[in-house]
Design a protein. Structure first.
Length: 284
């Protein structure tokens, strides 16, 4: 995998198979985050006699995802925020000492996306299909339209299209830019980074976040519920706050007016129609 040697170089105490410790931590955090969200989804049905939970029942799925996303982005922010302190204390080992924030925060953010594909009543089924939560969790088409094979087929096609495109973008970005870029090595070692001149950056500022957004859009067509749309909105708000106050703030400090001009001319997450050809040349 491209960039794996650079990543290993920055994790000197985790050579050989021991580096998989981080992978295990990431998987456990990811699975734990999904489980927490699913439990919060079902809290009002687990504790039926709790009046407060019954009142906020329609909001619990959103509260769970919003909480996990906030914790995840806070951990990623801590990776940036503690950089100078870690480097001054540990020198070359600064990145290794802070890497725990990355392997904990990023899986939590990704878990929001996977959770959006899982039915809201996955752990405890709805007893009352007329409840507000049930309406928000079920496909809109079931509420306002009769069953339509054409509508269902269209939804499945759009789900496969957007999800497939999203996964393709992420894998392509990983192949081109390397795991070292994905693991934020150059936040701690900017002088070792190489300027990325790939054409995709004339189309999108953040192709990986674009890919994640496409997967969430695919979920909307799969679930076709109010909650699936709300999950996308929560994700977009969180990512845009992260870009504005953390990631792009760093890039502006590093590159100054050049990056500010670049921001004005190239969108962050959604490409312009005029760049359609460049976008698909990047993918295929």
């Amino acid at each position: 995998m491209k960039g794996i040697e650079k990543l290993r170089e920055k994790l000197p105490d985790y050579q050989g198979k021991i580096i998989f410790k981080f992978l295990i931590v990431a998987i456990l955090v990811f699975l734990g985050s999904i489980l927490v969200q699913l439990l919060v989804d079902s809290l009002p049905r687990i504790f039926k006699k709790n009046e407060i939970l019954q009142i906020i029942a329609p909001f619990t799925p959103l509260i769970g995802s919003l909480t996990i996303l906030t914790i995840g982005l806070t951990l990623v922010y801590s990776f940036w925020r503690t950089r100078n302190k870690k480097l001054s204390e540990f020198g070359e080992l600064g990145y290794q000492k802070a890497f725990k924030f990355v392997v904990s925060g990023i899986p939590m953010v990704i878990s929001i996306i996977i959770h959006s594909f899982i039915p809201t009543d996955f752990i405890v089924p709805f007893e009352d299909n007329q409840s507000i939560t049930s309406y928000l969790a079920n496909p809109i088409s079931n509420i306002f339209f009769n069953y339509s094979l054409v509508l269902l087929t269209s939804r499945v096609i759009l789900f496969l299209l957007f999800t497939g495109l999203g996964i393709t973008v992420i894998l392509k970005a990983l192949m081109i830019f390397g795991i070292d870029n994905m693991a934020l090595v150059y936040v701690y070692f900017p002088k070792e980074s190489t300027l990325q001149n790939h054409e995709i950056y004339s189309v999108l500022r953040h192709p990986t976040y674009h890919g994640l957004t496409l997967i969430l859009i695919g979920c909307i067509f799969l679930r076709f519920s109010v909650y699936s749309m709300a999950y996308l909105l929560i994700f977009l708000i969180g990512i845009n706050l992260h870009l504005k106050f953390v990631e792009e703030k760093e890039l502006i400090q590093r590159f100054g007016r050049d990056y500010q001009e670049y921001r004005k001319s190239v969108p962050a997450l959604f490409f312009r129609l005029k760049d359609f050809k460049k976008y698909f040349l990047f993918l295929f």
